[in-house]
Ligand binder design. Sequence first.
Ligand code: TPP
Length: 674
Amino acid sequence: MNEAISQTEKDRLCVNTIRTLSMDAIQKANSGHPGAPMGMAPAGFVLWTRFLKHSPIHTFWPDRDRFVLSGGHASMLLYSLLHITGYDLSLDDIQAFRQWGSKTPGHPELGVTPGVETSTGPLGQGFANAVGMAMAERFLAARFNRPDFSIVDHHTYVMCGDGDLMEGISSEAASLAGHLGLSKLICLYDANKISIEGPTDITFTEDVAGRFQSMNWHVQTVEDGNDPESIASAIAIAREETNQPSIIIMKTTIAYGSPNKQGCADAHGAPLGEEEVRLTKECLECSLDDCFCVPEGVYETCSCTEKGEKLVHDWQAMFHQYTQEFPNEAKEWEFVMSSELPENFSDSIPDFQDIVGQSIATRAASGITLNAIAKVLPTLIGGSADLAPSNKTFINELQEFQKDSYQGQNIRFGVREHAMGAIMNGLALHKGVRPYGGTFLVFSDYMRPAIRMAALMKLPVIYVFTHDSIAVGEDGPTHQPIEHIASLRAIPGLTVIRPADATETAMAWKIAIEKQDGPTALILSRQKLPVINRDIYPSASQLSRGAYVLTETGKSPQAVILATGSEVSIAMTACKILSEKGIYVRLVSIPSFELLEKQARAYIDEILLPDVKPCVVVEAGISTGWRKFAGAKASFICMNSFGASANGQVLQERYGFTPENIVDCVIDQLKKYN
Ligand SMILES: Cc1ncc(C[n+]2csc(CCOP(=O)(O)OP(=O)(O)O)c2C)c(N)n1
């Protein structure tokens, strides 16, 4: 670059390159969101080139700063930054923005673009992901750092817009972050006062600074979000903060530089148009001739490759020294970051055979299993949305994760299901921890968007959903899940497991922990269920196949009963009654549709006996989804309505979840087919 060009001029050129790359890519794709990338280009430039601790080559270096673009619609800002700072993202990739198979999808997607830390787009999710990442950082720092060896010492930066802060999830997550004093979390808020429908005057007039102050955040305002030096000094101050998370409210102009569209909602989510792009380039004093132009000197100024390699090298050198001085910790660190399971993991899983003949709720069996696993798995971290005593999610011998005890593994999420879901995603994205989180199944709706993101990103998080049916009882229909199991099964990539007893519950946890490529929902009962004697009945390890024949009362069954969870033991009693009547049936326990669907057709047919037409399905939820296993004319003892407030046993009787009703249904089915 011309030596005579001043630093200010260099900065201006780089910032405008981010703007023109964004405009051009969106114009070429004829779709996208130019406004935010253009308004936040200075903040992106300053953060990425002066502060962000990252390596475009070693993109997974564990002590890198994390950057989350919560307003994923501004993806071209991120792609432009990745490109000019030296990531494996070429100009051709930028030109393929939003095209089939490109590395530059409409919204950032984990695993598609090097340097993208999380998939964002549903507003607010990224903000809460960042809180989870910052929590993981503090947890690992507390665990592994030793005097003179800060092997975990990075910031989490999240860039968000008005939309993110309008979403309730950001308040939930910010409240928890403030409570926990996550001082290495820094939010850059694009306060451009524009969203899709127009100026935020029409919807969003709260005092954001006051709100964040009240949530124990350190708050700064940058009056001119276009001034790199003001931005830089605010970030520098935020980095010095050691007690609270920071938010920097940046007053910016959407689509800065566009003579006819800057400051207008029009520029939020549509290409500027060929002519306006030209006029904008003119205003910004950029080259008018070329599209996707990166002027001379921009790469030189922005490249972070060398700097990043030095950071990685220095960290590796420190880590090498750490291995000498703290060999056990170093070994543990390597183990934790590898996501591997300890050798004795399987041995930690209880089999509950010492309590055969007794009854125990699957939520209680889950709590026992969780505590047993925690003894061998140091990465387990999680809690509940204020329902730990009910969800049985507390690990008894371990500390709480609090401001003064970041090494604790019991997280108190508070009554914040949505943020809990997205924070769990952030924890998993960070790596080095295995997150779990619990609430009542009925409130899984409150965290569904985060569950969907976990499935989309294939994150190994575990949901502990208890109180799984009308058998919840007296709390009534507001607390009784009806459609929830089916609706969770509808999320692609989510493994839903509804165990029938304590032994299946233990096995469900084993499978959930072993699963590294997607989330698992454990669906657990409030009420006690008999522990099945596995000396007589098949081993619960068969749960890994999704379904198995639990019992069969004759050599050639006349009917098949399919049941899950708490309805399995009721069906077992029905089988005995039927057998006494000389009717022979097969009872199949189907704890997981998803695991069953992974089996070979031959196995599925072998257990479901498609040629035996009489079939009764028993599940205390809606019947949606069961046809694929049950055949066209099966009977369904399922829920067709909301429940009611009454004793759980009474409700089970009223809604037909009794051995007698199952028996009647089987007999009806036999009559139909004979
Ligand atoms: C949960 C969710 N609801 C709605 C949308 C659709 N949407 C995308 S951007 C946006 C407006 C965001 O406004 P702001 O954060 O101010 O972004 P800017 O206009 O500054 O680009 C909306 C409603 C979404 N992506 N996510």
